[in-house]
Each structure stands twice: as structure tokens, then as C-alpha cells.
Design a protein. Structure first.
Length: 330
């Protein structure tokens, strides 16, 4: 439908965009600063309008916006709120939530979708969250925060994310958060998702490893350009991966081959599968860059669930309006 248009800021490697595309949204523009991530987007979706730009250069981005989008989506940088960082919030120069809100004020989209790390929902940032809701209210939106776990949407890792949805009051009244609380037996598991990839080069331990790894994995992290390399995170995360038979100290170039011992290292492509990316999605750049793109992504299945809920709210509102204005047949 023509109303499902989207402008996406800080698009990264396309995790959120893939989910929103599946939910029926057509991207007017995807804005991303990182050159490798832009190449990833353009390579996998040549038809997408990808603009490499700092979203703080709002005049240029707004000049390129062809029309009012029905959805403004953004996955702004997480370091200002990450438990692994200094948690400076508004005092961190990388805090781009105010910039995203400036786009909302100018473009007046019908809905807004913003996502970030779980740390944003800590008590430390309660005033920050309340201020954002207040600013959105002054712009005419009703909004709410919700903690969503990727495991509840077919992603084989815990991955909690702070998600904000804002809509016009008449739309928000029809909005329902996607359901959560999937039973353990219904969750995707690391071993099941990666078994075929592990066996792709004839590794004789693939089945045994997959049986051991039939668990929900810890949250992947990509790090930043200032900190973090191609590994599976700090010591606590590596310990959790070790329980699944995974060596998290680095990222492999290829799946294991015959004779390779346990624990096994994961490849960038395997990490992408654990994020819910399709098997044919390719990541541009060197291994560290590709790993960062994957680890920082909003899982496509989660983005789809939220996007579908937003689209359904639109449909409910529009169907009621149509019924109200329809002429009474004689």
C-alpha cells in the first residue's frame, strides 16, 4: 500500500530495513554514515535509495527526502546507554536521539520506531526517557517504551532491545505490541540454526556440536570503531559461548573442516544467521567491519514483528475511518 513508506536513519547493514520491508514498508531512503555498511545495503538491495551521510547533516538529508514518510525508523548508536560503556547518556557526543527527534519534528511521519540497547531502560535514564516521551507528546504523538527479547521472535539469542513506538493518538489506540513469552520448546536454538553450516565442509563433529548447542545463545555485540574487534564480546559472554562449544576469542574465516577440534569458532556468516539475516545476505568490508555490522544489527525478525504491528494499527484506523465516511446505501 502506498502509505507504507519509510525513511530510515542509521540503517547499518539492513537488519531493521529487511524486517520493515517484509512487513510491507517501502523505503524512500536509508541513511547511513559507515561506507562498508552502505556498500552492504547497495550490494544486497540495488533498488534501495542509500545515502551515505551523517544524520546530523540534516539539511542535506531533508533536501533529499522526497515526501513525508509514514514511518521514520532509526537504530541510533548504543554506546551512550550500553552497560559495557560509560553510560553518559545525553552527555555522550554519540547520543543521536535528539537528532532523530528533530527529523520527527520536521517530517511529521505518521509513526516513529526507535531502538537501542536494554541499558536505556535502566533507572539511571528514567528522566531521559520521560523527556523523550514529553517531546513527542508536544509534537502530537502518543508513545511508549517496551523491552523486547529477540528470542521471542525466532532469533536464537536473548538480545533484549529497548524499543520506542510513537504514533498519532488515533493510530496508537489501535497499536498492539507484538506478543512475547514464547515457550522454550518453540524458540530457535543455536545448534539447530547452525548445524548445516557447521557440516558444510565435512566437519565430522557437526552433529555432536549441534546437539550440545541446542540452547539460546547470549547476545551478540559488534563493538564500535573505537573499541572492540572481531570476537564474541567480554569475558562473561565468552564464558556463555563456551558452554555451547564455541570459542569466542575471535571470528573464523570459514566453517570448521575435518579434523578441527572443539571448541569451534563462528564465522561472520554464521553470526548473521544468529541475528536472523537471510543466508544470501552479504556484508562488505574486512572481517572486523563485517562483524561490527552484524553484531550491531537490529534482528530482522524483531523489526518485522514491530513493523507489522505498526502497519496493522494503520489498517485498523483507516478501515474505521473508511467505514465512518462511507455513504449509507439506500
Amino acid at each position: 500500500m502506498d502509505y507504507r513508506t519509510c525513511l530510515e536513519l542509521c540503517a547499518g547493514a539492513g537488519g531493521q530495513a529487511l524486517g520493515l520491508e517484509r512487513a510491507g514498508f517501502t523505503h524512500q531512503m536509508l541513511v547511513e554514515l559507515d561506507s562498508d555498511a552502505c556498500r552492504t545495503l547497495r550490494t544486497n538491495r540495488p533498488g534501495w535509495n542509500v545515502v551515505q551521510e551523517d544524520i546530523r547533516s540534516s539539511e542535506r538529508v531533508l533536501a533529499l527526502a522526497s515526501a513525508r514518510p509514514w514511518l521514520l525508523a532509526a537504530g541510533v548508536p548504543c554506546p551512550p546507554f550500553s552497560i559495557a560503556g560509560h553510560r553518559l547518556g545525553a552527555e555522550d557526543e554519540r547520543d543521536l536521539f535528539p537528532v532523530a527527534l528533530s527529523y520527527v519534528r520536521t517530517l511529521k511521519p505518521r509513526a516513529v520506531l526507535l531502538e537501542n540497547v536494554k541499558g536505556l531502560l535502566q533507572a539511571k535514564f528514567s528522566a531521559y526517557r520521560a523527556e523523550m516521551l514529553q517531546r513527542l507528546s508536544l509534537l502530537g504523538y502518543e508513545a511508549a517504551w517496551r523491552l523486547l527479547y529477540a528470542r521471542d521472535f525466532g532469533v536464537p539469542q536473548l538480545r533484549p532491545r529497548a524499543v520506542l513506538v510513537a504514533m498519532a493518538p488515533e493510530d496508537f489506540a489501535n497499536f498492539q505490541w507484538p506478543s512475547q513469552g514464547r515457550a522454550a520448546e518453540d524458540c530457535a536454538l543455536v545448534g539447530d540454526v547452525l548445524r548445516d553450516s557447521m557440516a558444510s565442509r565435512g566437519w565430522e563433529l557437526a552433529d555432536a556440536w549441534a546437539a550440545q548447542a541446542r540452547l539460546i545463545g547470549p547476545t551478540l555485540c559488534g563493538g564500535s570503531k573505537k573499541h572492540g574487534g572481531p570476537d564474541l564480546g567480554p569475558s562473561r559472554a565468552r564464558q556463555a559461548w563456551a558452554q555451547l562449544g564455541v570459542n569466542g576469542s575471535s571470528v573464523a574465516d570459514q566453517p570448521p573442516a575435518p579434523g578441527d577440534p572443539l571448541p569451534v569458532k563462528l564465522t561472520v556468516a554464521q553470526l548473521a544467521l544468529l541475528q536472523g539475516f537471510p543466508t544470501n545476505w552479504r556484508f562488505a568490508g574486512r572481517k572486523t567491519s563485517a562483524h561490527r555490522q552484524v553484531g550491531n544489527a537490529f534482528p530482522p525478525p524483531v523489526a518485522y514483528a514491530v513493523g507489522a504491528a505498526i502497519a496493522e494499527a494503520f489498517d485498523r484506523t483507516d478501515s474505521r475511518v473508511a467505514a465512518w465516511v462511507a455513504p449509507v446505501s439506500s
